[in-house]
Design a protein around this ligand. Structure first.
Ligand code: KG4
Ligand code: ZN
Length: 349
């Protein structure tokens, strides 16, 4: 049993958490949504400055909330990739400084691996192998989780990530940022079969049909734009917003569900764990759970608070690696991108 303090600052949440194996002792999240809302998306320089302002108060609060002292912490972890470089540097510098000052080991963690570990926090008995559907603002990936730190990407998005599609469609509908939660709320009042939309299949070369696991959301976004323009021409600004949201959300849920179930069956797996901000989507939760049940597949969704970015999932990943003797060098840098299959590159030889 070890205790890890982790810092997460890859995008627009400054978060610090203390986790003991798969138990959260504290999880402080300072969201920057209000700051970026007026721009309709994350402004990297503003994000870095806000992380700088919030990281120390978050560290202090995480420690107080946990009731622990520095002597109780075994190691310090931090998200080092992927993410906004300026933002990552703030969290990583804070984490490395804590490691140096308190003489603790340091572990650099891959943000997407963190999203996978969010499922372990909620279901401590979950063990690999399983398929992870990772759907966030920046990623749409199907990852075969073979074991600790052993991942195989089987599918991804060719263009917009699922969360990005939600955010862009929300903007087309003049809804606030981030669009996902707003569309989710409005969709509850609408008819999901009101409009038929393209599911964004990706063609294989030489007319060999469609890619079984990859998705593309740019066609769906364009179809929404055309539909909205047509409806505005016909009815003025009085749009059937709820029906549009429900139909869009249902189309995304169907696309993600089909690919996940197909991948799970093809690999002979029986479990799908969903992670990332879009895992909070009620349409996806309902549709995937129902369809997976028909195939005898068990689906794991973290609670909403652990779907979006948080340091608890980073600490949980750090703890598992730490328990297996993994450490990172204090000279490990940050990177805006890194394939999750390469996580071992973050460890010391
Ligand atoms: O994982 P996350 O917090 O940050 C990234 O690492 O990207 O995901 C944020 C994304 C945003 O695009 C947001 O619109 C989307 O997750 N999101 C949702 C919902 N809640 C957040 N999308 C659909 N339905 C939701 N309920
Ligand atoms: Zn994330």
């Amino acid at each position: 049993m070890s205790v890890i303090l982790a810092v997460e600052s890859s995008c627009d949440e400054t978060s610090v958490s203390i986790v003991k194996n798969r138990n959260i002792l504290s999880n402080v999240i300072a969201s920057q949504i209000k700051l970026h809302e007026q721009y309709g998306g994350v402004v990297p320089e503003l994000a870095s400055r806000k992380h700088l302002e919030m990281v120390n108060p978050c560290i202090d609060k995480a420690l107080v909330d946990s009731g622990l002292a520095w002597g109780d912490i075994d190691a310090i972890a931090s998200t080092v990739t992927p993410g906004l470089v300026g933002s990552l540097i703030v969290g990583v510098t804070a984490a490395k400084t804590l490691a140096l000052v308190h003489n603790k080991p340091f572990l650099g963690i891959h943000h997407l691996e963190g999203h996978i570990y969010a499922s372990y926090l909620n279901d401590p008995d979950l063990e690999p192998p399983f398929l992870c559907l990772l759907v966030s603002g920046g990623h749409t990936s199907l990852i075969h989780v073979k074991g600790r730190g052993v991942y195989k990407n089987i599918g991804s998005t060719r263009d917009d990530a699922a969360g990005e599609a939600f955010d862009k469609v929300a903007r087309l509908l003049n809804l606030p940022y981030p669009g996902g939660p707003v569309i989710d709320r409005l969709a509850k009042e609408g008819d999901r079969n009101a409009f038929k939309l393209p599911e964004g299949r990706v063609s294989l070369p030489n007319n060999q049909g469609f890619h079984p696991y990859d998705s593309s959301f740019s066609g769906l976004k364009t179809a929404m734009l055309r539909l909205i323009t047509k409806l505005k021409e016909e009815n003025g600004d009085n749009l059937p917003i709820a029906d549009l949201c429900a139909s869009f959300q249902y189309t995304v849920a169907k696309a993600l569900t089909k690919r996940s179930i197909r991948g799970c069956l093809d690999l002979g797996l029986t479990k799908i764990a969903v992670g990332g901000g879009v895992a909070a989507n009620s349409g996806l939760r309902e549709y995937l759970t129902t369809e997976a049940q028909k195939q005898g597949i068990e689906v794991f969704f973290p609670p909403l608070s652990l779907c979006t970015d948080n340091a608890a999932m980073i600490a949980c990943a750090g703890c598992d690696h730490f328990n297996h003797g993994v450490r990172s060098s204090l000279s490990l840098g940050v990177a805006s991108r890194m394939n999750i299959e390469d996580v071992h590159k973050l460890y010391k030889e």
